[in-house]
Write a new protein. Structure first.
Length: 302
């Protein structure tokens, strides 16, 4: 990074430390593909009475499989991601959690297809190309598990906030009694095999001024999902775009998370997405996050 920016490594570390102190950078570490390490994931929505939201947050925050949780401005007002081992029934798990928080209704909405995962916060405000805009996410839902004992050791070791030193991987490789070059080569192999999706900073978008974020949900005819999903995913302001299973109480199958500086800007993005894809703007719902209950990176047991 220092070479790319034309500054010393010490300067890079100092700047990261300042960004962490300001809350802009939450942590720096790996993002793994859950299916490749024995996990399944889903998006869970609940309808929770207002006077029970604090209790629900306490229960859900304590669950080791929940990494993201938000309150949203809808009858289904409590949303979170759930990751659990593939041997566990995720429908049963979500229902049991709904019972524990005394939810009036619970929806289990697993992904069918991924069109985009990757936040890009355009701090400069220009229309520069989005990094990794053409990534192929086809294999991310795969549950093809082929982990050696060394793979598992590295996955366990890497799941931490990287030490802010000039050679942070020296400490990790030493703890595993592996030569640092072999350690880094093995990390690259995890990336190439899709076990590790990326190694990156987790950013607090609110600290950058992107204080409005919303999840747009459309009910899309099956023959339009592929084309519509790819068009919506191409929007710079969209960080996540999925096709998800529907539910008798929730007919929406195309989802997009969008971030902007104002609520009105999010609404404009959703209108533009509907217009450019030919989707029914009036048939969509736009759920704004009203409270960030939990946001961290998942720590997997392998």
């Amino acid at each position: 990074m220092g070479q790319q920016l034309g500054v010393s490594s010490d300067e890079v570390i100092q700047r990261i430390e300042r960004l962490k102190a300001k809350g802009v950078i939450r942590l720096i570490g790996p993002v793994f593909s859950p299916g490749r390490i024995g996990y399944q994931t889903s998006l869970v929505a609940m309808k929770v009475a207002a006077d029970k939201l604090d209790e629900a947050a306490e229960i859900i925050n304590a669950h080791p499989g929940v990494s993201h949780c938000y309150e949203r401005d809808h009858d289904f007002n409590f949303w979170f991601t759930l990751a659990i081992p593939v041997a566990t029934d995720i429908e049963t798990e979500s229902r049991e959690l709904g019972s524990r928080v005394r939810a009036e209704a619970t929806l289990n909405l697993p992904a069918v297809r991924i069109f985009k995962i990757g936040a890009f916060f355009n701090v400069g405000g220009d229309r520069s190309p989005v990094p990794n805009a053409s990534v192929d996410y086809t294999g991310l839902l795969s549950t093809d598990i082929d982990l050696s004992s060394t793979d598992r050791a590295l996955v366990k070791e890497l799941q931490q906030d990287i030490p802010l030193t000039a050679r942070p991987f020296d400490f990790m490789s030493t703890r595993l009694s592996i030569d640092v070059d072999d350690f880094l080569n093995h990390c690259q192999a995890l990336l190439q095999r899709g076990v590790m999706r990326r190694f990156s900073a987790s950013i607090s978008h609110q600290s950058l001024g992107f204080v409005a974020n919303a999840m747009a949900c459309w009910s899309v005819p099956p023959e339009m999902v592929e084309t519509s999903g790819r068009k919506v995913a191409a929007f710079q302001e969209v960080s996540h775009c999925y096709e998800r299973k529907t539910n008798p109480f929730w007919p929406y199958n195309l989802y997009a998370m969008m971030h902007a500086t104002t609520k009105e800007a999010c609404e404009a993005i959703a209108r533009r997405a509907s217009s450019e894809t030919g989707l029914d703007e009036n048939g969509a719902v736009l759920l704004f996050s009203t409270k960030e209950v939990k946001k961290t990176r998942m720590r997997y047991t392998v």
